[in-house]
Ligand binder design. Structure first.
Ligand SMILES: [Fe+2]
Length: 300
């Protein structure tokens, strides 16, 4: 497996959208037999199963589903004809093949970017034709690798206008899922990328984005990671969240590695040692995957 990173990767990394190419789409692991096997091997209790409402200015929480006692093949067939989004989170932690792939992929990114990369996490996304993922942001850095199907990604600036500090801090504290209020007017400021098999993109940390699948099954890798400046930034956001809530401050959004962000990152580290966030509880399922249902799902 080889990634081809553009020559400006080192200077652009973390600052702008970067497009790379790769050879993973030729790997048999990602054909139907390989995906069915993957879905059988991946611990089902860790599988994220969602239905997302179409993108609108209204904030609609995704519906959570279950798929107990269903073969990987039947689950894949339900995804092909339904409106389902599967997230095989931390596949690199659960499956040795994906652990090796994770190492290989991030080792190549380290060379291309000139950065040390840690907190490496590789997940697999298998999603139905026409599914969309609503406007949201991720606190870690992300590399999105397109393997099968086509999808359109809208990527928005990291300014306050597109995601307020209060919202980013709430995501950092895991008070909410990662979705954000959206306005149709934001699209005029978005960079739009049409991802095809063999393409991959990475973007600035915590940049809001949304995704729309074309009318075809999609398989992508969602690879999350940290560099040292990204970790300091994430911890400074977390510290701001605490200062705003506990001390009534109105902290400034962190911008780069400054003495202020370093001090906040240190505070955040201390607070995490004292008070570990409980994490988002597993919500009750609202639907189950049903291979016999026309839409592939049955509402509970
Ligand atoms: Fe994302």
């Amino acid at each position: 497996m080889t990634f081809f990173w553009p020559s400006h990767t080192r200077e652009s990394f973390g600052k702008t959208l970067i497009e790379a190419s790769h050879t993973l789409h030729a790997d048999s692991h990602f054909q139907d037999d390989g995906l069915a096997e993957l879905l059988d091997e991946f611990p089902r209790e860790h599988l994220g199963i969602y239905c997302f409402a179409p993108q609108s200015e209204e904030r609609v929480e995704p519906a959570h589903g279950r798929a107990d006692g269903i073969s990987g093949r039947d689950l894949l067939d339900a995804v092909k004809r339904g409106h389902i989004w599967l997230n095989l989170r931390d596949a690199s932690r659960h499956l040795v093949d994906y652990d090796n792939l994770c190492d290989d992929l991030f080792d190549q990114l380290e060379v291309a970017s000139g950065r040390h990369i840690f907190k490496r996490d590789l997940g697999v996304l298998i999603s139905s034709p026409n599914v969309n993922v609503q406007y949201h942001l991720d606190i870690p850095l992300v590399l999105l690798v397109q393997i099968r199907g086509r999808k359109r990604v809208w990527l928005y600036p990291t300014d306050e206008q597109f995601a307020s500090s209060e919202h980013i801090e709430a995501i950092s504290l895991r008070e909410t899922e990662e979705d954000l209020p959206f306005q149709a007017g934001f699209d005029a400021h978005a960079k739009v990328v049409d991802l095809e098999p063999g393409m991959a993109i990475t973007w600035p940390q915590a940049a809001p984005h949304r995704v729309q699948n074309a009318d075809v099954l999609n398989v992508s890798l969602s690879c999350e990671f940290m560099t040292l400046p990204a970790l300091i930034h994430a911890n400074a956001i977390h510290a701001n969240a605490i200062l705003r809530r506990k001390a009534g401050w109105h902290p400034r959004r962190p911008d780069g590695v400054t003495p202020g962000t370093l001090a906040k990152a240190g505070l955040s580290r201390m607070m995490k040692l004292v008070h570990r966030p409980a994490g988002t509880p597993n919500p009750a399922p609202q639907f189950v995957v049903d291979p016999d249902a026309e839409t592939g799902v049955r509402l509970l």
